[in-house]
Structures are given as C-alpha cells and as structure tokens.
Design a protein around this ligand. Structure first.
Ligand SMILES: [Zn+2]
Length: 423
C-alpha cells in the first residue's frame, strides 16, 4: 500500500456481498466468509452458507480509491477547496454500493476517517484535479502558445500527452466509438430572417443548409473561423435549440441529412464515459475518461455569441482538431449530449464539399464526368429536401426567480450558483 495513504479506524462486523455493486471492488474483496450483515441486519439461519464479507476487507480497497481521489485538508490551497468528508465518501460510495443502503454505508465509512474535510486538490485522480489541468490548458492555448506544443512539461505538454493516449483510446470496442448509420437522420438548422415575401429565398438545398464555405465559416465550439464542420442533432428540437437559444432570429429552417456510409464517431455521451474508481488495473483510463467528461461539458455548454468565441473556443477546437486529424483509424466526428435537451448532438468532420442533396451525386456522375471518383470530395451526408421545414423560434421567459434583490444586495437561489459561476 501507498505509504502516504492515511489511516482509518477499524469497522466492526461484515457486509452482504450483494450490497457491493462495483465489479472491481467486488472482485478485490474475494469470497463471502461471514454470516451476518451490519447494514441490513441479515443473519444466517441454521447452516446457511456465508453471504457477507468483513468490513475490514471491504474498506481497504475502498480507502485506497478514496485517497486516490481525495487529499488531506492540508493540501487545499483555500478553505473553499475543502469539502465535507461525508459528502466525498457518499460521492464515491454511490458507485460502490447498492443505493438502498448508501446512507448507512456512507456514514459508517466516513465515521472511520479521522478528518472531517478533504480536498480533491493535489489528489492523484480527480475530476477537479483535471479541472485545474483543463483550466491550465485553456489559459495556455488561449493566451500563450496556441499553435505550438513544445517542451516536456507544462500544461500543453501534459495535455498533448493526454491527447496521444486519448487517440489510442478511440478504438473500436473501447465503448468510446459508435457508428451513425445511413438510416439515422441528422437534423441541421439555420436561423433565417423571414416574412411571406422572402419564402422563395429560404435555404432548401444541402449547400444552403449545410456547412458554410471555408471563407465564411464562423468560429464555433469545435471549429475555428475558416474551418467548416457540420453540426447536427438527432432530433429537430435539439438542432433548433442549438442555433436558436442565443439568437435574436425568429425563424429557422431545419432539414434531415443522412450519412452515405456508417460514420465512425467518438462517443462522449455520459453513458459511455465511465471507468470504475476501484478498478486498479485501469487507473489511467479513469483519468483519461474524466478528461473526456470535462471536454464533453466544455463543448456542450451553450454557445453565447458575445464576441468572445474566438478566444473561448480555442481549447475545444484544439482537442477537436486532434480527433479530426490524428486518430487512426480516422474518426468522422464526435457525438455528445446537448446542454439544451440532453439528446445527441454531433459534429461531423465535413465541409460544404462533403454534403449534397440525395440523388444529386449519382445524377452528376452518370452524365459522364472525366474525373475519376477519387478526385471528388467524398460525400458524407445527403439532405432529403422533402424533410425541410420552416419553424418559428419561441424565446420564452422562465418564471422561476433565479435571484432576488433585497434593496441592498442580491441573493441567488442555491441551485443556480454553480451554473452562474461556470459561465
Ligand atoms: Zn446486508
């Protein structure tokens, strides 16, 4: 065991093996040896075989994981970096134990830990630790070295090292790669200025609804100005929210594009990004996946067109560029959860050259072009023009008060503090 791992008090008794839900934790505690449980009160009747395991045995791998993800309070640079030990144990315990007994188990374990507060700061593995890392990376690529990654240490080098490992991770069978199939529609919306007289000018073709040409491509979460990518969503509502939420436009046109072949996607939806904190064989995987979760949170944050996008989007653009260019076999795009609807959003590494109306490609080539197929840009997505609809964008007012001014100061309701401080 790590010599730095702090001690914990002995916990008497045993716990049912069935309360341990994490596979890795369960494996590390071995077979049942005990015939009673301090949590649910179950006791063996007659010659019933053992079904529980001593707390001593369970607590050891749990504590190893706990002290990988948390540090002693002295490590925290400021009091605001501290959190309650009970809360921290609860966070980890939710992955380890059956939810119906989580409170009893959580308090039993946190009572065995001598310190009342802990910190993720300086911990070997932690989501917050990676936040610090991501923040370092963000500030480096925003303000110092955006284009050149050099040196063997510093945030850029560490993130570059991360990226290389992430690239290796984006392999089939990893759970991080999924495929968008030719029958899966991808809805793409464009805001429009519209009144009756302008109906004939509405976008209806793949060229008009698809990505803007390179010389007009605006900066976006994952693509810098001048580098077009195709943003789409699995349903109309998500596509409309993405373009309409912070727009003053009152109308949008939306249409369904279909992949021409299965598209290989890096899948960042939450379900696919999890590595057990108790799986000691794959600790590096957990770090990488926590990093991807940070990335997914960064790219799904609503896009506010406040003029800062040229700077604020740089870190996600760098990571996306890496996935676009440096992964083998190549990825066709990234799928992630929308902050607006929770449904899937996609970015496809496609430009205006890689989209067409359905039927148009075959028609064009059958007229006997002298160009061989390889000289055409690959058409990745085709628009079904009969799917194109004009929608009204409704900007609504949320009637729940977010904060109140009492005459001298503001108080913001508890649940909204985090989202405000992040944006
Ligand atoms: Zn039990």
């Amino acid at each position: 065991m790590d010599e730095d791992t702090p001690d914990w008090a002995t916990i008497e008794g045993a716990v049912c093996l069935s309360h341990i839900v994490d596979t890795s934790l369960r494996e590390s505690v071995g077979n049942a040896t005990d015939r009673s449980c301090t949590i649910c009160g179950r006791a063996a009747v007659g010659s019933e075989p053992a079904f529980a395991v001593a707390w001593d045995i369970v607590v050891e791998p749990f504590m190893r994981a706990f002290w990988r993800e948390y540090e002693r309070p002295e490590a925290a640079p400021t009091p605001s970096d501290l959190e309650d030990t009970t809360w921290a144990v609860g966070y980890l315990a939710q992955y380890a134990f059956d939810v119906s007994h989580i409170e009893a188990i959580g308090s039993l374990i946190s009572d065995a830990i001598a310190v009342d507060e802990v910190s993720t700061y300086g911990a070997a593995i932690s989501a917050d630790g990676l936040s610090h890392e991501w923040d370092d990376f963000e500030s480096t690529v925003k303000h110092e070295s955006r284009f050149v990654f050099m040196g063997s240490d510093g945030p850029s080098a560490r993130v570059q090292d991360f990226l290389r490992k992430l690239g290796e991770l984006a392999s089939d069978g990893s759970g991080l790669v999924s495929h968008l199939l030719p029958e899966d529609p991808l809805y793409r919306a464009r805001t429009v200025a519209w009144d009756w007289s302008m109906t004939a000018k509405l976008p209806t073709s793949a060229t008009e609804l698809g990505p803007a040409p390179a010389d007009r491509a605006a900066a976006n979460r994952m693509s810098p100005a001048g580098i077009p990518m195709f943003y789409g969503a699995e349903d109309e509502a998500t596509a409309l929210n993405e373009v309409g939420a912070f727009s003053i436009a009152q109308h949008a046109v939306v249409g369904a594009f279909y992949p021409t072949r299965p598209l290989r996607m890096l899948d960042l939806r939450t379900a696919s990004i999890f590595a057990s904190p108790f799986d000691e064989q794959h600790l590096e995987l957990r770090i990488l996946l926590l990093f991807l979760e940070e990335f997914q949170q960064a790219i799904s944050r609503p896009i506010v067109p406040d003029g800062r996008q040229h700077i604020d989007y740089v870190p996600t653009q760098v990571v996306a560029e890496f996935f676009r260019r440096a992964v083998n076999p190549p990825l066709d795009g990234i799928v992630f959860a929308s902050a607006h609807t929770g449904n899937s959003n996609c970015v496809i590494f496609a430009t205006d050259q890689n989209v067409a109306n359905n039927g148009a490609v075959e028609a064009e080539r059958s007229v006997g072009s002298i160009l061989p197929d390889a000289d055409y840009p690959e058409v990745l997505l085709t628009l079904d023009p009969s799917s194109v609809v004009l929608r009204r964008l409704v900007h609504r007012v949320d009637h729940e008060a977010l904060g109140r001014f009492d005459g001298s100061r503001w108080s913001i309701s508890e649940g909204n503090r985090y989202s405000l401080s992040r944006e």
